[in-house]
Design a protein around this ligand. Structure first.
Ligand code: MN
Length: 383
């Protein structure tokens, strides 16, 4: 039995993790859960999975949760950062699934590493902003960082049995989102509703917008750089509209190893939970006969400007990825509130990065400060 804690249990990654766990009651135990404000869904999860401890974002939601679960045997409830940390480092759990969005995912990951929990990592910001702290720390504590992001899981799977062989390059695939192939004037007119339609993957709103402007792929380049210790320039983005080949590794001898499958997040989630084993999983199977084409194209960096900025920021490192990320979080919020246009997101990020005072190897405090200063500036510009 593996004991599992999940932060972000009511989100896209959290619910799909619980769907994997539901299929394998003999393999997994849910020990602790945390969520934001979806209290009714959390109550249902408590009823089904019987965690010992749960935490919510705000204290005022606890009374509602207690009312909804008064007949359930829960040992403890918490809220805020402290609750989140308790879930992440929960004493009897073996692995933490980090499915929350944003820079607030960094601290719980560090707490989990220090408590010697393996991490199934879906939160990108952890490595984008603090990769230089997280990776050495995981090594020091002998903890595995298991990627949940589909591309990174594909790379991780492609590396099995090849760990000590030299990587020539990483082929990082991208669906391209709903707007791939559009020109700048066309992108000027797209709406929030247009951007929220992702043809292949079912994700939360923030990641869906990040996919539409390919900022997500930029974050994933930085994530891959830290996870697999590969220079940014050896990570080559291939837009692959069918989302069948989930990424690949080319080795020094020219051999390419890839992972293919239907676009189902539960596959990488389950692999992170059962690694290095594979166990059965329901779902549609890949039928290569039914696929006419697998196509690969280069992204146009003059159209997807956010991706270009991400690559630059990734090369420079320091606290710039934190500024990039914070600016994106704030800009996506403004876009979802319909206060800025789609292309303004990349412009806001560009300005924010330019205004950032460079710190080479930022501490956690400096990462947080960079994020706060960046967000503050953007809010002032958009009062
Ligand atoms: Mn991805």
């Amino acid at each position: 039995m593996k004991n599992v804690s999940i932060i972000g249990s009511t989100g896209s990654i959290g619910t799909q993790t619980l769907s994997v766990i539901r299929e394998h009651p003999d393999l997994f135990n849910v020990k602790a859960l945390s969520c934001g404000r979806n209290i009714s869904l959390l109550a249902q999860e408590i009823r089904e999975f019987h965690p010992e401890y749960v935490s919510v974002e705000r204290e005022e939601d606890l009374s509602v949760l207690m009312e909804l679960t008064k007949d359930c045997p829960i040992k403890g409830m918490g809220f805020g950062k402290e609750g989140l940390i308790t879930v992440s480092s929960f004493s009897s759990s073996d692995i933490l699934v980090s499915g929350i969005v944003g820079m607030r995912g960094i601290e719980p990951t560090i707490a989990a590493i220090k408590a010697k929990k393996d991490i199934a990592l879906a939160n990108k910001e952890t490595l984008v902003c603090a990769g230089h702290i997280i990776m050495p720390l995981a090594k020091e504590y002998g903890v595995s960082i298991l990627p949940v992001d589909s591309e990174h899981s594909a790379i991780f799977q492609s590396l099995q049995g090849n760990r000590d062989n030299e990587i020539d390059r990483i082929i990082l695939t991208a669906s391209g989102g709903p707007f791939f192939g559009m020109s700048v004037p066309e992108l000027q007119k797209v709406t929030v509703e247009d951007a929220l339609k992702n043809p292949n993957w079912d994700m939360g709103a923030k990641v869906t917008i990040d996919s539409a402007d390919m900022v997500n792929k930029g974050l994933e380049v930085m994530e891959a750089h830290w996870l697999f210790d590969v220079p940014i320039d050896d990570i080559v983005i291939h837009v692959h509209r069918q989302s069948i080949l989930h990424s690949a590794v080319m080795f020094k001898d020219g051999a390419v190893m890839a992972q293919l499958g239907t676009p189902d997040m539960r596959i990488p989630i389950q692999y992170a939970l059962t690694y290095p084993k594979r166990v059965s999983l329901s779902g549609k199977r890949l039928d290569l006969f039914s696929i006419k084409d697998l196509t690969f194209e280069k992204p146009d960096l003059s159209v997807f400007k956010g991706l270009k900025i991400a690559m630059d920021v990734g090369r420079q490192g320091g606290n710039l990825p934190s500024a990039f990320n914070a600016a994106d979080e704030e800009a996506v919020k403004l876009f979802l509130e319909k206060r800025i246009g789609f292309l303004d997101i990349a412009d806001i990020i560009e300005k924010a990065v330019e205004e950032t005072e460079f710190i080479n190897s930022p501490s956690l405090d400096e990462i947080e400060q960079t994020g706060n200063i960046t967000k503050e500036r953007i809010r002032k510009d958009h009062l």
